[in-house]
Design a binder for this molecule. Structure first.
Ligand code: 4AD
Ligand code: MG
Length: 431
């Protein structure tokens, strides 16, 4: 017996098929059992008549949702059935019994989070995870296609890069100055002197104390670093990457986007239209004029401001030249205005906000040291990093894309937690 997927069976359209999967829904009478079977590809209605299964009827009659079964039967079109097809079953085998599956209709968000390992099987989660798979593949394909090497940095690190306040410390054989990586950056910059163009997709960790719909404590971070890069190169690569990812999802996940009710017309401009580029200072002016929001110059943009700003455009905004004091120590001071840095945030439309953070890297070692001190850091701890500015330094830069952030936006999810199989937040680290 050769088992095919439900989708393949549907495409076959008629004749004998063997399929296997899990009982998605069931109902029956004393003569018939209707099963909607699910596998990773689709769902299909299957009909089992008592007269054909006298010996097995007791087992079939008691079948509950999520039991795993294998069956053979004849497939035909049936407009009334959930996916437009039905199978008249003549062979049936129970593989794994399921008793009182805990997940039923209308359960609370908390209950579903406690049963995440089971909720993963839901059509909603499966659909999102298929898109997630496309996104990871597209990122990889993009960078490889642009001549970047895949490179790996340590997760245990003894330095901070994005501010000390949200570091996770680890008990490293009794030593306390070890943290989980917030970013690969300080270990990526040394590698561009050999490989020039590098990227990674790896977990990053942030001890975010905020309970928002867009922060995880563990998230997947797609990062790139590049020798000889101008600030414009960094922005151009970020734009091309996002265009490529969205294009791939539009091509490969039409069914999934439809299932999620995603308005595809909102994603199409991302592929075809240039992104909006503006400086932080210009952003403040637009916020004032069009959104009646007054942000004093020098203050970082808050979620609410990013939200309002991104709703004005149908493509991401690349916001540049932020005040130096709100950005990380490694960003290049603008030669024309030392109050701002050559850093950029990519803000996703529809209120989704920051998905990429990137910058050109400060090459002046004295400036780097000074800013580290201002952050309360000891430059001595960063000697390995400072060597990147001592031996044949070149202009360079890079960015980091929050993979769950882009998935959340592409799928138009309410909360970032649904973009990852087992979300980790301040309150949840189980199951
Ligand atoms: O802006 P961030 O902090 O930049 C960096 O880490 C740089 N070192 C990257 C680089 O230049 N190589 O983080 C980059 C991105 C953000 O734009 C956001 O998309 C995501 O990482 N991110 C988070 N995603 C989910 N949960 C969190 N708590 C996140 N914090 C940042
Ligand atoms: Mg950022």
């Amino acid at each position: 017996m050769k088992y095919i997927s439900i989708q393949e069976a549907i495409e076959k359209n008629s004749g004998k098929v063997s399929i296997r999967g899990w009982v998605h829904r069931e109902r029956g009478s004393n003569k018939m059992k209707f099963i909607v079977l699910r596998d990773s590809s689709n769902i299909i209605q299957c009909v089992l008549k008592k007269e054909n299964f006298t010996k097995q009827w007791n087992e079939i009659d008691k079948l509950q949702v999520e039991s795993s079964i294998m069956l053979t039967g004849t497939i035909k079109e049936d407009k009334r059935a959930p996916s437009g097809y039905e199978i008249q079953v003549n062979q049936f085998e129970l593989v794994g019994k399921s008793d009182n599956y805990p997940i039923t209709k209308d359960q609370s968000v908390e209950f579903l989070a406690d049963h995440r390992h089971l909720w993963l099987r839901s059509q909603k989660m499966t659909t999102i995870l298929k898109i997630r798979s496309t996104v990871f593949g597209a990122i990889d394909e993009f960078f490889k296609g642009e001549g970047f090497y895949e490179y790996h940095s340590p997760v245990f690190q003894a330095v901070q890069c994005e501010g000390g306040s949200d570091l996770f410390s680890v008990d490293y054989f009794g030593k306390k100055d070890v943290f989980l990586a917030q970013t690969w950056q300080l270990y990526a910059e040394p590698a561009i002197f050999g490989l020039e163009k590098i990227y990674t997709i790896a977990p990053s960790f942030r001890a975010e104390k905020s309970k928002t719909s867009r922060h995880l404590t563990e998230y997947w971070h797609a990062e790139m670093e590049m020798a000889w890069a101008t600030f414009k190169d960094i922005q151009d690569y970020g734009e091309k990457l996002i265009k490529h990812v969205v294009k791939q999802v539009l091509e490969k996940n039409k069914t999934e986007l439809e299932f999620l009710g995603r308005d595809i017309s909102k994603l199409k401009p991302i592929v075809t239209k240039p992104f909006v580029r503006m400086t932080y200072t210009e952003a403040l002016k637009i916020l004032d004029k069009k959104c009646q929001m007054k942000v004093p110059w020098g203050k970082d943009l808050r979620t609410i401001e990013e939200e309002k700003l991104t709703k004005l455009y149908d493509v991401p905004i690349i916001c540049t030249h932020y005040p130096k004091k709100v950005k990380a120590f490694y960003m290049t001071e603008d030669p024309d205005n030392p109050k701002v840095v050559l850093g950029c945030d990519f803000l996703a439309p529809e209120g989704y906000g920051e998905i990429i953070g990137g910058s050109h890297r400060e090459h002046d070692i004295e400036k780097v040291k000074k800013r580290l001190k201002e952050d309360g850091e000891k430059p001595e701890e960063y000697e390995f990093y400072l060597d990147t500015r001592r031996y044949g330094s070149v202009p360079h830069g890079g960015f980091g894309l929050g993979v769950e952030r882009i998935i959340t936006w592409i799928c138009k999810l309410d909360n970032i937690k649904d973009s990852i199989p087992f979300p980790r937040t301040m309150e949840r680290y189980k199951p």
